[in-house]
Design a protein. Structure first.
Length: 251
């Protein structure tokens, strides 16, 4: 009888010890720190012959006041300070730009590519100058009887920038978005070229006339021109803030 009791106690003790060992293993597995995988170190070369050549061409053209890729063929004077700041940074250069403008555009209902610019100004516009352009349009189109529309458009400043790499490009985009330039983005990305668009949000588009007939009152014309001037001024102020931030945050 004593042997059987002793044997039962030994078996029970053995069972309890085995159970503790198993629980310990499970606890260790649950709390086991994962092994860190050794990743490959990828080294990106900072030299890009295509980038360096493009930057050199742009800087040379700006110094010599030669053509760029904008519609006007050369930079607007109002945005030259911004372009010079960007081009002074080693990882960026500009390819085209517009300082913002107010335009009157005649479009054709028959051909979407048939577009005439009847009025263009990169300065703050005078309502009388816009009214005079509208009057000339009405007089010229009255007898032609061709279906067309005349639109007034205010477009904010925009600058196309080439970045050396995606990392630097995203830094500039994030910097712009912090001050409210939410439309700034990476427009295209290839191994050789990262293109950014730096622009502000404000924009005005309104139909003024159709088939030679003016559809708006003169008071509305004055209001829309004044509103366009205000939006253009504020956009340029925000671009100036961005210029200063670029100058402070990039080499």
């Amino acid at each position: 009888y004593q042997r059987r009791v002793r044997g039962a106690d030994v078996a029970k003790e053995y069972y309890i010890n085995m159970q503790k060992q198993e629980e310990g293993k499970i606890y260790q597995k649950k709390n086991k720190k994962p092994k860190k995988k050794k990743g490959k170190i990828i080294v990106y070369e900072d030299t890009n012959p295509s980038f360096e050549q493009g930057k050199q061409t742009v800087v040379s053209n700006l110094i010599n006041n030669q053509d760029d890729n904008s519609r006007a063929g050369k930079p607007d004077p109002q945005i030259l300070a911004f372009l010079n700041t960007v081009n002074s940074k080693k990882d960026f250069y500009t390819t085209s730009s517009c300082a913002g403008r107010l335009i009157l555009v005649k479009t054709s209902d028959l051909d979407k590519y048939d577009v005439d610019w009847l009025y263009v100004s990169h300065e703050l516009s005078e309502p009388d100058a816009v009214t005079e352009a509208l009057k000339k349009y009405s007089e010229n189109e009255a007898n032609l009887k061709k279906p067309n529309e005349l639109w007034l458009k205010m477009e904010a400043p925009i600058v196309a920038v080439c970045a050396r790499n995606l990392c630097e490009g995203l830094k500039m985009i994030n910097l712009a978005k912090k001050i409210g330039l939410k439309n700034c983005s990476v427009r295209s990305a290839t191994p050789l070229k990262i293109m950014l668009a730096l622009l502000d949000c404000p924009r005005i588009e309104t139909l003024l006339a159709k088939d030679g007939k003016v559809l708006v009152h003169q008071d509305f014309m004055r209001y829309i021109v004044h509103s366009s001037n205000e939006k253009l001024t504020k956009s340029r102020e925000r671009m100036e803030v961005l210029r200063k931030l670029i100058d402070e945050n990039f080499l």
